[in-house]
Design a protein around this ligand. Structure first.
Ligand code: FAD
Length: 404
């Protein structure tokens, strides 16, 4: 028998003990799940939230991230955490997860394996001193390198690169940020808003090199000493942060024969995979989003938390579509911003309310007369109104946006 008298699954296993997985486990108990509940996680710490790793921890304002729950949370809810444990196989025929030579049987399985930093496939990539930023250990290791006058090169001007640059400058390091595209954050915010982020970093003393591609790394005694770029120049470096994005951890799902798409695990509107007993959520899930009528894979804190909570209900049989739109935030120096929705800045029309130069504005990306996405920068009073615009997709004039 695999289902309890209440038709709940008897055993739920979650792979990935981070924001999505731990939130789902807690929500399962909060929603009345009484069966066996096991969370298998490769990292040895209790599940934690990553945003502070590139902000408070890196700035030196905290030594710990935000924990999803403390030990008592999991003990009180009878959530069996298997930390420091890598799941190595999903046997769908026998419905077991294999990890550290143990087998964990499941009736329902959630894959919440998140993503891992991309590496650069160039010469010298194996040198010491080339760091990535995903885990607490990596954040603390990077912070140790952010000392007065240290030469820090950041490859990639995405969110992680930009936040790390701000932290490095805070500690007095000399920062060079190298980005192959024409602006920081180009694919998310486009040329004009990207230029405001470029100005932000330059105003804070970052040597920002745009349109520049890394060719490789040179080192002394196995430790990186410079970054070589395609123009033939080289940039001296004591430490290099590779911030070129993250790739979903799909190897387990792939080996188990689950359908993959758009780089992630293909899930329907309810976050169910091509196997009806297996769900995926968070960074790793390529979700058939009912509001966008297309696959959307989101690598944001709010998505991990909200999908974690949502998928718990579906593991218990709710079959409810996940319909929330993406939301994320960033902090760099004295700039804070929030982004709601999902725009394509190469296609959508930009409308700005406020002043770009003083970095006090809200940007709207307009598609078919409605707000596809809105980003408030150092403006904090209109969150609900922006959410309403994005959620309803109602027709709106430029006049209304600029006046409101
Ligand atoms: C430095 C940093 C700063 C960020 N800042 C922001 C921010 O300001 N705003 C924002 O919206 N988002 C931010 N994000 C993104 C956000 O943290 C992620 O979207 C979120 O962590 C995704 O959660 P997840 O649980 O899906 O995946 P992850 O957090 O990647 O967790 C997946 C977990 O699964 C484990 N795992 C993988 N494979 C296995 C396996 N086979 N067996 C066992 N365990 C496994 C991994 O070790 C990991 O612990 C940031 C991310 C980083 C790295």
């Amino acid at each position: 028998m695999t289902q309890s008298a209440t038709s709940q699954p008897s055993r739920i296993v979650i792979i990935g003990a981070s924001l999505t997985g731990a939130t789902a486990a807690i929500a399962l108990r909060d929603q009345g799940y009484e069966g066996e509940l096991t969370v298998i996680g490769e990292e040895s710490q209790l599940p934690y939230e990553r945003p502070p790793l590139s902000k408070a921890v890196l700035l030196g304002n905290a030594d710990e991230p935000d924990w999803v729950g403390d030990e008592a949370t999991y003990a009180d809810k009878a959530i069996s955490l298997r930390l420091g444990t890598m799941a190595t196989r999903i046997d769908r025929g026998r419905k077991v997860v294999v990890a550290s030579r143990h087998e964990y049987p499941y009736d329902k399985l959630l894959i919440a394996t998140g993503s891992a930093p991309r590496r650069l496939d160039v010469h010298g990539a194996e040198l010491d001193g080339l760091l990535t930023l995903r885990t607490l250990e990596e954040s603390l290791a990077l912070r140790d390198k952010f000392t007065e006058g240290a030469k820090i090169v950041i490859v990639g001007a995405g969110w992680i690169g930009c936040e790390a640059a701000a932290a490095a400058r805070h500690h007095g390091a000399e920062v060079t940020m190298i980005e192959p595209r024409s602006q920081p954050l180009l694919l998310v915010v486009g040329e004009q808003i990207g230029a405001t982020f470029a100005a932000l970093h330059r105003d804070h003393g970052v040597d920002l090199r745009l349109g520049v591609t890394v060719k490789g790394f040179a080192g002394d005694d196995g430790v990186v000493s410079s970054v070589q770029v395609k123009s033939g120049h080289s940039v001296p470096a004591d430490t290099v942060l590779i911030g070129v994005g993250a790739a979903p951890n799909i190897a387990l799902a792939d080996a188990a024969g689950l359908k993959l798409t758009d780089g992630g695990i293909a899930v329907d509107a309810t976050l169910r995979s091509s196997d009806p007993d297996i769900y995926a959520a968070g960074d790793v899930a390529a979700h058939d989003h009912p509001k966008y009528r297309r696959r959307v894979r989101v690598e944001h804190w709010a998505n991990a938390k909200d999908q974690g909570r949502h998928v718990a209900g579906n593991l218990l049989g709710a079959e409810a579509p996940y319909e929330l739109r993406p939301f994320f935030f960033s902090d760099q120096y004295d700039l804070g911003c929030e982004y709601r929705g999902f725009a394509d800045p190469a296609k959508d029309r930009l409308v700005v309310r406020g002043d770009l130069a003083s970095r006090d504005f809200t940007a709207f990306w307009i598609r078919d007369g409605a707000v596809a996405a809105a980003m408030n920068v150092n403006q904090w009073d209109d969150g609900d109104a922006l959410q309403e615009l994005v959620d309803t997709g109602r027709q709106v004039s430029d006049k209304e946006l600029i006046a409101s």
